[in-house]
Design a protein around this ligand. Structure first.
Ligand code: COA
Length: 353
């Protein structure tokens, strides 16, 4: 563990230079996460798909994943994670709810207002953010912006996805990877020099590669009402190998930017909390950043790729298990469809459970 030491002054100056609007700093004040109870193992998938436990483990690092109930929806996951994050923050209040998801309960309206209502936060600002697996970092930046501008004092930021509802059950290249879950943090106004203060969130996108990860049908381009045209195109499609290369490159670049902006060096980072896309992507990212593998947190083995939930779910789990300690320097990074990517830093604060 290394708490603020060399470079702390630079980090403070950097954080202060990124304050905007009224100049309030967003600080992480609580964390929560939840996965649905139903577990599907690689052996379960092998019984109905031309795949094997050995193939899935060796190519992805996944052994099992959690799958939403047949009558469940994304809001159910988001409410559970949000409730735990509020409890961890020590108060049930928030004046905004930002939900990152690619699997809203309905195409219209957004899911966040229902989540806010079910959490007893009716009346709060509530909206969804769509940035696929990078959604949580985009939502975090949005919450940080609301606080910086003085538009909110406490923001519940949730990442929740029920990707198994979008995946073609017959497509072995995606059905083995994607899963369901939710994670959340509470942001509040706080001290830029204190633990928990978010660094600058570096975000990027490349729409020229939007076809790499796509649900082709069901939107305004290929309309759901024209069922004969949409057919199986309502399922998630992915070009795995190019996605793999892009994921490593984009997360590495964003990570360097975020760490540099915090006034740290990569070797100062105690824990990397990266989107759990694939264990081999995490290994390649560790190599690229020259971070010892032991500093790369991972839970992909038992949750799979949970989309926007991935980063906050891992934060929650690592916090609950004591794998994150107050004072740890964290690098958060994510990548996904869009393409979209992002990274930021924070010093992990002392949080409740
Ligand atoms: N079981 C068995 N074989 C499978 C399989 C599965 N579940 N999925 C694909 N295959 C087969 C392919 O059909 C192909 O067979 P072929 O050679 O006869 O055509 C072979 O395995 C190799 O496919 P390939 O796509 O080259 O495998 P890969 O080593 O690239 O691994 C992924 C595939 C999807 C695991 C890998 O590309 C990946 O993880 N990409 C990144 C995905 C990702 O993280 N997406 C989310 C970003 S947010």
């Amino acid at each position: 563990m290394s708490s603020a030491g060399p470079g702390a002054r630079e980090a403070l100056e950097t954080r202060e230079s990124h304050r905007t609007g009224c100049g309030h700093t967003a600080v992480v004040a609580g964390v929560g996460g939840w996965v649905p109870p139903r577990v599907v193992t690689n052996h379960d998938l092998s019984a109905r798909l031309d795949t094997s436990d050995e193939w899935i483990r060796s190519r992805t690092g996944i052994a099992r994943r959690h799958v939403i109930a047949r009558d469940g929806a994304t809001s159910d996951l988001a409410v559970e994670a949000g409730r735990l994050a509020l409890k961890s923050s020590g108060t049930a209040e928030a004046d905004a709810v930002v939900l990152a998801t690619t699997t809203p309960d309905h195409p219209c309206p957004a899911t966040a207002p229902e989540v806010a209502h079910r959490l007893g936060l009716g009346g709060a600002a509530a909206f969804d953010v769509a940035a696929v697996c990078t959604g949580f970092l985009y939502a975090l930046a949005t919450g940080q912006g609301l606080i910086a501008a003085g538009s909110a004092e406490r923001v519940l930021v949730i990442g929740a996805d029920a990707f198994t509802t979008l995946v073609d059950p017959q497509d072995r290249s995606t059905a083995v990877i994607f899963a369901d879950g939710a994670g959340a943090v509470v942001l509040r106004t706080g001290d830029p020099a204190g633990d928990g203060a978010l660094g600058r969130v570096f975000l990027g996108s490349d729409g020229s590669r939007s076809g790499l990860i796509q649900v082709p049908g069901g939107g305004s381009r290929q309309r759901a009402k024209d069922r004969s045209a949409v057919g199986g195109d309502c399922y998630f499609r992915m070009h795995g190998q190019e996605t793999f290369r892009q994921a490593v490159d984009r997360m590495a670049t964003a990570s360097r930017d975020a760490v540099g902006s915090a006034g740290w060096r990569l070797r100062d980072v105690d824990r990397v909390v990266a989107h759990q896309a694939n264990a081999r992507i995490l290994g390649a990212l560790a190599d690229e950043l020259d971070v010892p593998p032991g500093r790369m947190l991972s839970n992909i083995e038992h949750v799979g790729n949970t989309g926007a939930a991935s980063v906050p779910l891992l934060l929650h789990e690592a916090h609950a298990q004591g794998r994150l300690e107050a004072g740890n320097r964290l690098l958060l990074t994510a990548f996904g469809g869009g393409l979209a990517w992002g990274a930021t830093t924070l010093v992990w604060p002392r949080l409740g459970h």
